[in-house]
Design a protein. Structure first.
Length: 149
């Protein structure tokens, strides 16, 4: 997993509108890149809605937000419309960005072990370097967790 002080990989992917998204697109602003397991699941919906609801405060504090999962563009479009999300969602079906950030790994749930997306939030500074890694995301208070650094 990327650590504080490391250079963030520039290319993030293609968003729900078909636009290429890069860290360098946000030069001069701090960027929140959050990785989540699956569209329209309870925890992922809570996290996305927390970020949506906190967007005015996040923008006022100099942040932009990009969400990334392995779901398809079509799934992202449905999720974004249903939840009225106000930030881009990147479809990383091949998991190249997820793996580059180290957000893919072994998970355990209900006594079974499997590989999946590790819910993680990276705060990337104006210089493109990782400022903060939030490994224990409070899905219902994700925006506050970022703002209360």
């Amino acid at each position: 997993m990327l650590k504080v002080g490391e250079k963030a990989p520039d290319f993030l992917g293609v968003d729900d509108n078909g636009n290429e998204i890069r860290v360098s697109d946000y030069a001069g602003r701090r960027l929140v890149v959050y990785f989540y397991p699956k569209d329209s699941t309870p925890g992922c919906t809570a996290e996305a809605c927390s970020l949506r609801d906190g967007m005015d405060e996040l923008v006022a504090a100099g942040y932009a937000v990009v969400g990334i999962s392995a779901d398809s563009v079509a799934s992202h479009v449905r999720f974004k419309e249903k939840q009225n999300l106000n930030f881009p969602l990147v479809a990383d079906v091949e998991k190249s960005t997820i793996q580059a950030y180290g957000a893919w790994g072994e998970k355990k749930m209900a006594g079974r072990t499997y590989m999946g997306i590790i819910r993680t939030t990276f705060v990337i500074g104006v210089d493109g370097f990782v400022e903060r890694v939030i490994a224990k995301v409070d899905t219902k208070n994700a925006a506050r967790q970022i703002l209360d650094n």
